[in-house]
Ligand binder design. Structure first.
Ligand SMILES: Nc1nc2c([nH]c(=O)n2[C@@H]2O[C@H](COP(=O)(O)OP(=O)(O)OP(=O)(O)O)[C@@H](O)[C@H]2O)c(=O)[nH]1
Length: 316
């Protein structure tokens, strides 16, 4: 069965996303969708997006305003699709369902997986996840960790953070997590705890769980409920494949560049990163020697953005 190349648009206006309802009689009919459609022969994906958005919604989108979000290959059994997902916040005009379809502007947290075709779950994850995922760095004690954490919190720049402290004993980590959760909660930042599945169950209120590879490799299924974030640290394509198989929402992949912590290890570079991202059906963060200045390169390589320590953590 040939694969259908589908251009999919995440159109953002004032923090809301434009969605439409698919007519009952078409493939995946009755479900919600992001505007889009097949890329016609001879068209680039950007040209297809501009055309489909105009045809379906009346909005005009400058091609230069389009940035890649994620690419997803999915086999529905009766149809194989490659969803080539792009985002724009530069659409002009008033949106209306020009093909008679109901449309609406929804907040990212109101996009429910079950209302969309199955292939859309990673798109919704990619929309909700930030471009920059900060990870906590060195701390010698719980109290030092909490004071560094409180000083580094910045809800606007970093709405979601990974609380990593592999050198603290388990009971100290619990204290750290409970203090960090209350500091972060009061300014609206989500905390993804790090370690093993019991760390998540022992930390009520955590936004999710991030596992080092040595923990993830022992799992055969997703260890947290679907509302919680589940991330895995990966270093090559087979690790990413396993993370996908156990239901990860996102992975970090690296090192991309040489890092201060591992100066002897050469990074994989954006080229190898992008080869892996090309087939990974979930958001992938570049990790290792990267900061916010590298987000554009990560997106260009097909990634979600970057994750790391040194750009935000005061002690390294
Ligand atoms: N537009 C769009 N298509 C999606 C989404 N998710 C998803 O799985 N698809 C699938 O991608 C394919 C897009 O086909 P389409 O029907 O919108 O495209 P089209 O208008 O060019 O083609 P048509 O001639 O078959 O109607 C369908 O199989 C659809 O189920 C989504 O969010 N938006």
């Amino acid at each position: 069965m040939p694969e259908v190349h589908v251009a999919v648009a995440v159109i953002v206006r004032e923090g809301r996303i434009l969605i439409a309802r698919r007519p009952d009689h078409v493939h995946q009919g009755g479900l919600l969708e992001f505007p889009g459609g097949k890329v016609e022969p001879g068209e680039t994906v950007q040209q297809a997006l501009v055309r489909e958005i105009a045809e379906e919604t009346g909005l005009e989108v400058p091609e230069a305003s389009l940035a890649p979000v994620i690419g997803i290959r999915h086999d529905y059994g009766d149809k194989r699709v490659f969803l080539d997902v792009w985002r724009t916040s530069g659409a002009q005009g008033e949106a209306h369902g020009r093909e008679g379809q109901p449309i609406d502007w929804l907040l990212p947290e109101c996009l429910e997986d079950s209302a969309f075709p199955a292939a859309n779950r990673p798109i919704i994850r990619a929309i909700r996840l930030p471009r920059v995922m900060p990870v906590t760095g060195a701390m010698s004690s719980v109290s030092e960790g909490l004071s560094l954490f409180a000083g580094a919190l910045d809800a606007e720049a970093h709405p979601l953070v990974v609380l990593r402290a592999p050198h603290l004993p388990a009971s100290d980590y619990r204290d750290l997590a409970s203090g960090a959760l209350s500091a972060a909660g009061s300014c609206g930042v989500g905390v993804i705890v790090h370690g093993s599945p019991d760390v998540f169950s022992g930390t009520p209120g955590a936004a999710g769980l991030h596992l080092p590879w040595r923990e993830a490799e022992m799992l055969e299924a997703r260890p947290v409920p679907s509302e919680a974030w589940f991330g895995v640290s990966c270093h090559d394509s087979s690790e990413v494949a396993h993370a996908v198989a156990i239901g990860a929402d996102y992975v970090t992949l690296g090192p991309v560049a040489r890092t201060r912590s591992h100066p002897g290890v050469a990074g994989m570079g954006w080229s190898e990163f992008s080869d892996i991202v090309a087939w990974a059906p979930i958001p992938v963060y570049g990790l290792g020697g990267l900061g916010p200045d590298d987000v554009a390169d990560a997106i260009e390589a097909g990634g979600q953005g970057i994750a790391g320590i040194s750009f935000w953590w005061p002690a390294n």
